[in-house]
Design a protein around this ligand. Structure first.
Ligand code: LLP
Length: 413
């Protein structure tokens, strides 16, 4: 978003005009930012020549966004059979998709297998079941390197108590099952957590997976998952992806030289691709003072549209689109849901906020709409993609009718 003559713009479009045209609450994504972030990962993280990127569609599964990203050459990291099907629909080829199962049923694994998509198996028992059902097949195995890092505790997926992956100590048991069912272990995988901005743990974890790789023959790829963080706060530093890319490339090249073949490296970025491209635009629908004289801003959106603050205490920058020059004052910014956790900011300094102003909740493209719900029977907002001059509604706003239609035919007379 840029400001010009006191007006905020997304691409060449005035934000207030987008709100007039589509209403609020409204998610707006900027295709130019998506392309810039794809360029970053390809050129900076992808220093190792044989690097492949799979977009983690869980971050935002709007098909128009997936299509845009797949057209730029990314594959798809999917965690449900439905995400797999969506990836295929959006133009990814089966071999560009990896299904990372977690507590999947046999039926779900078979469904994905029949679509020609590689399964990334996350437990010894599932590896055995997969082997019995599909002996001789290609398979990927997810390991837990016992190292985790994330922006929030609940997003750490590597470590002693994590439910994800097979322990790094169980390589021999994995190899035993691979031999027993004559499976072809073509890839090994790990994902240690989401939203990190530090390099230490990801590099340590890479060393663990390379050590596992040395013990496995015939690998085609090593997948180190996603997790690249983005700055949510104004002065937060950016991830030093160039250094990360160089350090990983060095280790991969050393590994391949002794392994005897050029194994591909895979990343699964979700947040990094889409977070900064997304804005949640909302209208201030109420202002009040609490008993303790805090100034409470009420908006026409809430935790049902962006749950990250309520769920993880996540920080999202807020911009007053209507009154950029207003005197800064302290506010609590809340939503319209009947829950105390329904807020976006506490004690936040913002240019004077008035009823009717439009606010933009920033860096909302990842795990915003993807985690939105119909809690309190509220409709989901519309989504719009801005691509230079073009503005496309990529998801219509839900209505009472579309909400009700989820129950089939409802009539009691
Ligand atoms: N690969 C795997 C296997 C994953 O589990 C995830 C995220 C990713 C890739 C992508 O991670 P990313 O690059 O987007 O950080 N709802 C939380 C984030 C949960 C992430 C779950 N797994 C949030 O709002 O911060």
């Amino acid at each position: 978003m840029i400001i010009k003559d006191n007006q905020y713009y997304i691409g060449p479009h005035r934000v207030d005009e987008l709100c007039c045209r589509f209403g609020t609450p409204l998610y707006v994504y900027d295709a130019e930012i998506i392309r810039a972030r794809i360029y970053d990962v390809k050129t900076e993280a992808g220093v190792y020549p044989k690097t492949e990127f799979l977009y983690a569609v869980k971050a935002n599964y709007n098909p128009f966004l997936i299509h845009h990203i797949v057209k730029k050459g990314l594959g798809v990291d999917a965690v449900s059979p439905e995400e797999v099907r969506l990836g295929l629909l959006c133009g990814a080829k089966p071999e560009q998709i990896l299904f990372t199962e977690n507590n999947a049923t046999d039926a779900q694994i078979d469904e994905v297998f029949d679509l020609g998509v590689l399964i990334n198996v996350g437990s010894l028992s599932h590896l055995g079941r997969f082997g019995r059902a599909h002996p001789g097949s290609r398979v990927c195995v997810r390991f837990n390197p016992n190292i985790g890092i994330a922006s929030h505790e609940s997003n750490i997926t590597g470590g002693a108590d994590s439910k994800f992956g097979i322990s790094f100590q169980d390589v021999d048991r994995v190899k035993g099952l691979i031999d027993q069912y004559q499976l072809r272990l073509v890839g090994i995988h790990q994902h240690i957590g989401s939203g990190w901005l530090r390099l230490r743990e990801p590099i340590l974890a890479l060393d663990v997976i390379l050590d596992i790789a040395k013990q496995c023959d015939g690998l085609e790829f090593i997948d180190v998952g996603g997790g690249f963080g983005v700055p949510y706060r104004p002065k937060e530093h950016r991830l030093d992806m160039k250094t990360l890319g160089r350090q990983i490339a060095k280790r991969m090249e050393q590994f391949c030289a002794s392994y005897g073949s050029d194994v591909a490296l895979r990343f699964e970025p979700g947040r990094y691709i889409i977070a900064e491209a997304g804005h949640l635009l909302t209208t201030v629908s109420g202002m009040k003072q609490s008993i303790s004289r805090r100034t409470i801003v009420g908006t026409d959106t809430g935790m049902h549209h962006l749950v990250r603050t309520a769920m993880y205490g996540s920080y999202h920058e807020i911009v007053n689109i209507t009154n950029p020059d207003g005197m800064h004052q302290e506010y609590d910014v809340t939503g319209n849901i009947c829950e105390c956790a329904d807020f976006f900011a506490k004690n936040r300094m913002l240019p004077e906020v008035r009823e009717g102003d439009i606010l933009s909740i920033e860096t909302a493209g990842a795990y915003g709409m993807a985690m939105a719900s119909n809690y309190q029977f509220r409709p989901l907002p519309a989504e719009v993609l801005v691509d230079e001059d073009r503005v496309t509604e990529i998801r219509p706003r839900q209505t009472f009718g579309t909400l009700l239609a989820q129950f089939g035919h409802v009539s009691f007379s």
